[in-house]
Design a binder for this molecule. Sequence first.
Ligand code: HEC
Ligand code: HEC
Length: 307
Amino acid sequence: MNKTVLAAIIVVIAMLGFTYVAVGMAGGMGGEGDWVNKLAVLGAVVLVIVTSFVVTKYVRQMQNDRAGGKLADENWDGIGEYKNELPFGWAVIFLGLVIWAVWYFLAGYPVNAYSQIGEYNEEVAAHDAKFEAEHANMDDETLKEMGGSIFIVQCAPCHGLQADGIDGKAANLNVRLEEKTVKHVINNGQGMLGFPAPMPDRNGLMNVNTNALITDAEIDAVAKYVAGGMKGTEGADVFAGTCAACHGADGKGMEMVAPSIAEFNPTLVADVLKHGKKGAIGAMPAFNNLTEAQVKALGAYVTDLSK
Ligand code: HEC
Ligand code: HEC
């Protein structure tokens, strides 16, 4: 017997054996299994036999067939090419596929037809809208509560449950500003919160206060003054002379000019969330996946912390 056929028969027997071990034990081949199992086994048997038959046919064809047909006129270094007709079946399948593709895009599954991803996106959008509507008019207490629970999940990993910054890992949000942050900003300037003009660095600040260079001693004094909650007199003159022009006499900021450095407010928190923050302490990523209501809630929560 031909070796290929023999191999095919061995493969068929082996695969049927495996099928029996896998499915037969579940009752498929015995008397007890239900008809679905029997059908599955029958399908497996047919598949194995057909596959083996087809593979055997082609292996034997590769072993025995000789090329034939009419040689083309051209040849390359003696290597020629037979002129063979395009097999009829191929042509039929090719044309069929072209027709099927047109049908598929126009009627079967048009681009704007139903899809699971589309349904998912629509449901998410609807839920977001419902969430926003439900939380559009929250009172202050509810906002703070909601902010607190978002904070625990999204912010506490860096800022700590007490919002104290975990030993300098992130900003301590119980105070508006730490001394080193103020110094860092004066020395380097800052422009990340989305104001039309950035905060100038220490050299740039001369343009605001043309009377004097801002000296190291003045920076120390004004940093202490701002970080200390703008109390006392030390540094107050530097603040009034150099900082108040943009941050306001009370340090509470001016719209479109500079943020409040006296206290947190929801706008400032929203700016930080939108743009992220990088400075003396470290880097905070932007949080663009929060909904409007969530940003408002975090604003209320953080604003309340330092009060
Ligand atoms: C020319 C206007 C201007 C002047 C003068 C100015 N600032 Fe600013 N300051 C800004 C702006 C604008 C920002 C916001 C920068 C940003 O977008 O990140 C800012 C930000 C800051 C911040 C960072 C706030 C934060 O939480 O990110 C600190 C601290 C600060 N200023 C302190 C001072 C002090 C102290 C002085 C005086 C020595 C001063 N600024 C003078 C415009 C000014
Ligand atoms: C990956 C760590 C990380 C996460 C998460 C994080 N922060 Fe921050 N945050 C920081 C760091 C670091 C700073 C200080 C940046 C600097 O050096 O000025 C900061 C600064 C801030 C500031 C500005 C303080 C200032 O100086 O003006 C606010 C407000 C703030 N975070 C709020 C939040 C809120 C609200 C969340 C949760 C939605 C949050 N942060 C999540 C790391 C983080």
